[in-house]
Design a binder for this molecule. Structure first.
Ligand code: RM4
Ligand code: MN
Ligand code: MN
Length: 430
């Protein structure tokens, strides 16, 4: 039987921290009340908020230069799900995980579903992978996949996506996320117009295979691995494709997939307006698609994104139902710690956005009172909502301090004993 953190340890750890939390929560409640905000209403919303974890995130990631795996790396998707379950056990913020096929492909999908069920985790969107060649694969994706100039390669990539849907159906997923690396490295390498036609042609076939209650998430990315042009490089291309495909196609925003300084929150606002926001892959970045931990570099940007989301939820924007997921690479930290902290940072941005006095903000905007509007928005960002996050975890049965509790449990060293064979691990993005 593999090690799980006992609930009694969480209770013991929480008992140590409860008096300070109660103090801080009461003080924050009074502070918010002076601004006309009800702490209990915010806590209830935060407690109901969930963000999915990517199965590939629990393995140590790396760069094109090296990967430095830590002890007790998950060796396969069964181990990965255990780690995902631990993240949820402590944070109560990550009830689902998002599989990547074929990285997580197993011979018996039913067994995988049962394993997840026993661990208390569900499945979020399934991610297809046509950006690598797999051992024994018939045709190569070196020059593209869904938009390859050769029809047989496009057909192979379409078939892979349809297989992902079939696997996802068995696991209880309701969405397919498609990110392709297709693009070009040299001007003249490909016809910028034809590749879009092929994208639509291939995606239409995938779309036709979607079960009635499924959605397809189109993920755009500016560059990398193609360095001159990428077929679905931006939200404009993504939206054109989604609108051409039909009502089950939505545009996914990965925070790392934009040019530096782009106003991502405005992109989010536009996609909400079009009724086509699929959701997010949260991470942070400094230079490009750095896949750094969500909220570690620019928490204010994360807050600004959530400001749009809370605004949309409050005005009941039609079709607004975003899926939240983390998508990042942990090169120098324990992935479990990184994912727990990142999930909390995403919740923090949400709580801060809920701590904006929206009626006052609207009035200041209507009166063109620039400084007041800015200060009202900033008041949400500047509120230290940590007690709300801790209290919502505690109420849901999680840890007041997930990282401290995780370290106290010795989970990682237990896994190092249980999972001796790390040499062949394929987890983590390299
Ligand atoms: C890509 C993109 C996809 C993810 C892969 C691993 O840059 O973000 O969502 O599946 O990385
Ligand atoms: Mn992504
Ligand atoms: Mn990415």
């Amino acid at each position: 039987m593999s090690y799980r953190i006992p609930d009694s340890l969480i209770a013991e750890e929480n008992a140590k921290r409860a008096p300070a939390l109660e103090d801080d929560y009461a003080a924050l409640g009074r502070q918010l009340e002076r601004r006309g905000l009800d702490i209990e209403a915010i806590t209830a919303k935060v407690a109901a908020f969930a963000v999915a974890v990517p199965t590939w995130g629990v393995g140590t990631g790396g760069t094109r230069f090296a990967r430095f795996p830590g002890p007790g790396e998950p060796r396969n998707v069964f181990d990965k799900l255990e780690d995902c379950a631990t993240i949820h056990q402590l944070t109560r913020a990550t009830p689902t995980c998002s599989p990547h096929i074929p990285w997580d492909k197993v011979s018996d999908t039913k067994e995988l579903g049962e394993h997840a069920k026993a661990l208390g985790v569900g499945f979020d969107a399934v991610n297809s992978n046509t950006f690598q060649d797999q051992p024994g694969q018939k045709l190569s994706y070196k020059f593209g996949s869904l938009t390859h100039a050769t029809k047989a390669v496009r057909d192979q990539a379409v078939a892979h996506n349809i297989e992902c849907i079939a696997i996802g159906e068995k696991l209880g997923s309701k969405a397919l996320t498609v990110w392709i690396a297709d693009g070009s490295n040299f001007p003249g390498q490909s016809n910028l117009d034809h590749v879009f036609d092929w994208y639509i042609e291939s995606l239409s076939q995938i779309y036709a295979s979607l079960p009635a209650d499924w959605r397809v998430f189109l993920e755009h990315k500016l560059y990398e691995p193609a360095f001159y042009s990428t077929v679905i490089a931006d939200w404009g291309s993504s939206l054109m494709a989604a609108q051409t495909l039909g009502p089950k196609a939505f545009c996914l925003v990965d925070l790392g997939h934009h040019a530096p300084n782009v106003n991502i929150e405005q992109i989010v606002a536009r996609l909400i307006r079009a009724g086509r926001l699929a959701g997010f892959h949260f991470n942070d970045s400094k230079y490009g698609d750095d896949d750094l931990d969500a909220g570690s570099i620019d928490p204010f940007r994360l807050f600004r994104v959530f400001n749009e989301l809370v605004d949309a939820a409050e005005r009941k924007a039609p079709g607004f139902d975003p899926a939240y997921m983390l998508d990042q690479s942990h090169n120098v930290t324990d992935p479990i710690e990184s994912l727990m902290v990142s999930a909390i940072e995403v919740q923090r941005a949400y709580a801060q956005a809920l701590a904006v006095d929206r009626a006052a903000l609207g009035a200041a905007q209507d009166a063109s009172d620039v400084m007041l509007a800015h200060r009202l928005l900033k008041a949400g960002f500047q509120a230290d909502v940590s007690p709300i996050l801790a209290e919502s975890r505690r109420r849901n049965g999680g840890a007041i301090d997930p990282v401290a509790t995780y370290r106290a449990s010795g989970y990682r060293s237990r896994k190092a004993e249980e999972r001796p064979d790390t040499a062949g691990s394929s987890s983590g993005i390299v």
